[in-house]
Design a protein around this ligand. Structure first.
Ligand code: AMP
Length: 453
């Protein structure tokens, strides 16, 4: 059984006597941090996204409030749906529900691919309150009309990142599309990536994020400094200079605008003949595979890598300890609050953190917004003399110019040339593919054969 620091007891959560007795039978005394944080949010009925790994007690984190709110009913169709990626997890969740609801009337069943579908159909037909399922089998059961979704009030998608990794994306979307609109959505994931974020954006209503990572190191514990830097290549020069000269930059989390810039910085710092940083830098973004991400985070966490380049989205679910510096290689482009979330990743556990921002002309309005939000100005530093100002611009930084030779046609002129009407013989008629043409030919032949004389 994992050890968790004792903060509150289960009694403080105002659970029912039945659940408290069940917990005492299991031998659990106090909620884990994720259970404590998730409880009031889920009880409030809001949509919620919990960022927590297996082993944190995340299953009970959603089961406790769900069981507390479950009322007795004799209706057949389920009111709570829990979707998980694997059959093992179905079995595990059903088992945990059974233990927790030992003294309650809660009908629960698990369905998954590979199990006998007729037995599963019968169980659903007999009536259930909570259904735990893998996505594929869930869809099979709805297609056969045994299972209907109209009574679902709460949906839990557990280990959604794993589910997407396993290729359940389209099934999951199908399920989300056929569920009743009025429902509470809960999602648990160890990490957040763009895929997961997209799903949240499309299907969740103002979700509350429940995270174990304590964001928001008090601002006064973070030294906030900034440089005015004209462009990408000069930013790279500055970063290289800092890494080379400042040995106390030992655990640096570097935020960038997008995946391409993350890869570009890596390439710029780790090129053949310029490989002093090869063993020191990791990159993490949503195009990297799970093992690559895992390895990058591990190396950073252990201290093998001193620099981790990350996008906002991917950094969200990471619990990185003892980050000495946060660098905003690119300033946040949309919301000033993102700046505060980013810099809160340094300066943990009574340590002073340092946040550095590389600010271009385009970022000046955002800098003002951030300073207004914090009611504090960033300390501006001079660019070190050794940093070469590179005049070269990336494709994205080049100003957009219009080719003046491409004049707009006056509206009344009928376009000629490529836009003329085609001669009849050149007109293409869509006859469909080979197979369609073959089918049409067969049908025509058949019609001729069957025509009455
Ligand atoms: P999970 O993260 O849900 O996979 O849970 C990890 C393990 O922690 C499981 O074996 C749970 O039974 C156990 N667990 C869950 N909640 C608690 C708790 N409050 N105290 C002690 N162990 C717990």
């Amino acid at each position: 059984m994992p050890k968790f620091p004792i903060m509150t007891t289960f009694k403080d959560l105002n659970l029912s006597k039945q659940i408290l007795n069940a917990l005492s039978d299991i031998g659990f005394e106090s909620p884990t941090p994720i259970q404590e944080k998730a409880f009031p949010v889920i009880m409030s009925g809001k949509d919620a996204v919990g960022i927590a790994q297996t082993g944190t007690g995340k299953t009970f984190a959603y089961l406790l409030p769900i069981l507390k709110q479950l009322t007795y009913s004799e209706q057949r169709q389920p009111r709570v749906l829990i979707v998980v990626p694997t059959r093992e997890l179905v079995v595990q969740v059903v088992d945990e529900i059974a233990k927790l609801s030992k003294y309650m009337q809660a009908r629960c069943t698990g369905v998954y691919g590979g199990g006998n579908i007729n037995i599963q159909k019968q169980k659903v037909y007999d009536g259930i309150d909570i259904l735990v399922a893998t996505p594929g089998r869930l869809i099979d059961l709805t297609l056969s009309r045994t299972l209907q979704f109209n009574s679902i009030q709460k949906l839990v998608i557990d280990e959604v990142d794993e589910m997407l990794n396993l290729g359940f994306r389209s099934q999951l979307i199908k399920i989300l599309d056929i569920l009743p609109e009025k429902r509470q959505n809960l999602m648990f994931s160890a990490t957040l990536n763009e895929d997961v974020e997209m799903m949240i954006e499309n299907y969740f209503y103002k979700p509350e994020y429940i995270e174990l990572i304590s964001r928001g190191t008090p601002l006064e514990k973070i030294i906030q400094q900034a440089y005015n830097v004209p462009n990408f290549y000069t930013k790279v020069n500055l970063l290289e200079h800092l890494l080379r000269t400042e040995k106390n930059f030992s655990k640096v989390l570097l935020f960038v605008k997008n995946k391409k810039i993350a890869d570009d910085i890596f390439k710029a710092l780790v090129t053949p003949g310029r490989d002093e940083f090869t063993e020191e830098i990791g990159v993490i973004h949503s195009n990297k595979s799970q093992p690559q991400r895992f390895s990058a985070v591990k190396k950073f966490d252990e201290g093998t890598h001193r620099l981790l380049i990350a996008t906002d989205v991917i950094a969200r679910g990471l619990d990185l300890k003892d980050v000495t510096h946060v660098i905003n290689f690119d300033m946040p482009s949309k919301e000033a609050s993102a700046y505060i979330h980013r810099i809160g990743r340094t300066g943990r556990a009574d340590k002073t953190g340092i946040a550095l921002s590389f600010i271009t002309k385009l970022n000046l309005p955002m800098q003002k917004e951030i300073e207004a939000l914090m009611k504090k100005k960033l300390e501006m530093l001079e660019l070190p003399e050794a940093v070469v100002i590179d005049e070269n611009l990336t494709q994205d930084e080049k100003p957009v110019t219009r080719d003046k030779s491409l004049k707009k046609l006056p509206k009344h002129v009928t376009p000629t040339g490529a836009f003329h009407e085609k001669k009849d013989k050149n007109k293409k008629v869509n006859l469909g593919g080979k197979r369609r043409q073959e089918n049409l030919r067969r049908i025509a032949e058949k019609n001729v054969r069957n025509r009455p004389f």
